[in-house]
Design a protein around this ligand. Sequence first.
Ligand SMILES: [Zn+2]
Ligand SMILES: [Zn+2]
Length: 419
Amino acid sequence: MRSGKKRQHHNHHNRFHTVSHYAFFRGSPRWPASKFSLTYAFLPGTRGDAINPVAQAFQTWAPNTQFQFTESQDYRNADIKISFKSGDHGAGALSTAVVESWLMLQLLLESQIIQIILLSLLSHNYSVLAHSHAEKKSSPFKFIEHLKGCHKGDKIKGIHELKKYMEKFGYLNYDNYKNQSTHANDDDFDELLESAIKTYQLNYHLKSTGVLDANTVAKMTIPRCGVADIVNGTTRMRSGKKRQQHNHHFRTVSHYSFFPRSPKWPASKFSLTYAFRPGTRSDAITPVARAFQTWAANTQFKFSKIEDFANADIKISFESGDHGDGNPFDGRGGPEGIIAHAFAPTNGRFHYDADEPWAVGAVQGAFDLETVALHEIGHLLGLHHSSVEGAIMYPSISAGVTKGLHGDDIQGIRDLYNV
Ligand SMILES: [Zn+2]
Ligand SMILES: [Zn+2]
């Protein structure tokens, strides 16, 4: 790279000079003059969300060069071949002598820097391999993806991690079966795991087969709240047992739920104070305040912000990893996909996972502070998870998505407080 040895260009027309820092591959390999029109193709099966960003990257290069780029479906014969690979994938490790040197274009895809690396291989062909270092490092749920399709009777490496995931969110509790020979720490897809998956599928409106099918994996790989869906085996999200309400004009099916024994704030305590731990990132203040206002508008509660963190009813902070409340966070894109959690009344603690990417509003690759606050405040007030996908109390939320309160949430809070 050029930053050491500066190359100066004098521009006669514009009367300024620029300092360049670009570099070439060793031997300055380049496309022959006859080859100004290049085709590119994705390895069949490449993730669909890569197509547009890569096309945009080519479109950006095209007007600034003599090149024209056309997408082709013929991967084998394309000039430029793009694929997602992990680990050693047979092109020779990038650091070995096979690779002369490399040039990178960077583009942003779902907040992750995808590096399109133009490799000059020692072979006669040029090729492009796409490497997502960020994705490799923080690829959450890899163990789940790898288990797609597995079912009772299977013994596959990684099933014990699936068991941990199911235990974490309340679907599996081997401690209840201490007297039997159990498979808590092995890779046996046993009957308990099958039944746990069936319950999960019911809660998430999936076909309850007990098989870890593609739809189930898709749900499990969405980032989520750290509060378990089932607490002490006694609560569950509502999709299994539907609760029907008759309304004057129509009837609705509710799916909200409460914590075990339905803890709530006493009637005398309708005015709650909240405080941020001193030093909390300032961009969280306004979105969290808006979330409180939204709940206030739909409940009997009033919320006011105070500075006295120790004595506030609701305490908000960003925490990292194991932070002393028995519910450690799992880091950015961690294996459990947890991004925040909060406690049932009247505990008042609300923690964001400091290691996740946070933003205000719908920002690609980041979680919306306000949307997550709406969900966690629901817990602080006594709501548990709902299996209504549109409800704020639905357990999972994707990056780049915003949500508001849903009729199911409002019905739930009114039912809990009898208002
Ligand atoms: Zn939650
Ligand atoms: Zn916590």
